[in-house]
Ligand binder design. Sequence first.
Ligand SMILES: Nc1nc2c(ncn2[C@@H]2O[C@H](COP(=O)(O)OP(=O)(O)OP(=O)(O)O)[C@@H](O)[C@H]2O)c(=O)[nH]1
Ligand SMILES: [Mg+2]
Ligand SMILES: [Zn+2]
Length: 351
Amino acid sequence: MSESLQKLGLVPFFTQQLADTDLLQNCLGRVTSVQRSKSTVVCDAGERTVELSSTLRQSAAIDRPTVGDWIVMDESLSRIERVLDRKSLFKRVGAGRSTEIQPIAANIDTLFIVTSCNEEFKESRLERYLTLCAEAGAVPVIVLTKTDLIDDTDTYVRRARSIQAGVPVEIANALDSTTLDGVRAWIDNISTVALVGSSGVGKSTLLNALAGRSLATTSEIREQDKKGRHTTTHRELHLLPSGGLLIDVPGMRELKVADIDQSIGTVFKDIELLAKYCKFSDCKHESEPGCAVLQAIIENKIDSRRLANYQKLQRENSLATATLAEKRAQGRDFAKMVKEVKLLKQKKGVT
Ligand SMILES: Nc1nc2c(ncn2[C@@H]2O[C@H](COP(=O)(O)OP(=O)(O)OP(=O)(O)O)[C@@H](O)[C@H]2O)c(=O)[nH]1
Ligand SMILES: [Mg+2]
Ligand SMILES: [Zn+2]
């Protein structure tokens, strides 16, 4: 395995997918950023700006190459022919009115869910990120930034720890690289870490501090409401000079969930365990008699905000699943219609 590809995180999981390893390794690369119709890829021969094959251009967004993907190019290294199976994928439902599932970062080992010790910190947002992280198949780490701006870091650490048992919480002043040992411990020579979180929490500042040089632009947040200015505008995979791979993701305004049926219980294990004791097996924990979850809220064992967020994520998930099923059915109907028209034409002798 070539040393430069190893530095980019190439492991047997990907090479095993190649029919002829030696021949294809020259055409193997990793996507570091995606523009409208082109992608930037790093391979043994260096950096290339490449196009998509016509098959990939026509495929659904989720199947097109995204940042972090391992891909196979044609021999002239100008076109992506194939996206290798992914080890993990962090995705969301597209923003705005889109219902398409959008891949955000592929083949990540660890997800840094970055949040700052100020008004931006919200339990519900972290629950949402953690659910998507569990679905993605990455290890979550909550990174609390801007600890230098407050006296009481412990309160934030306690709040962050209460969201999902066992999730590590690291604290950082991203402006001071001597405070980053906890965060650094999650970075090694072959793993890929993606940085996600609201605009302005300090993802790019943290990337620069870890790299020891300015790889990404940063800018000050708005003083009045502490909101960021959406400084980073595209996702990018960076190779740290000392080794390790970091994907800087722009702050996302919207993070709608889909496909979280399995993962939601990882984050809301407490609610799902209690639900087993509800009188009705299909209890929605709204106003049903004998509801063990509502009883736990009365007894202050669970926060009503947490239940409301659990229900909100489930509603969102059901909606996304229904929309996807409808789209697939429409696709099937359309394919059936095309087939019928072809048959009819054949019968009539029209070509
Ligand atoms: N005091 C302090 N300021 C920080 C820290 N981390 C980031 N900042 C500041 O917060 C502001 C926003 O940082 P960015 O790194 O641009 O934030 P971002 O998360 O990349 O934002 P987007 O690219 O918009 O998603 C900058 O002015 C940073 O200097 C920190 O730990 N402490
Ligand atoms: Mg940024
Ligand atoms: Zn119930």
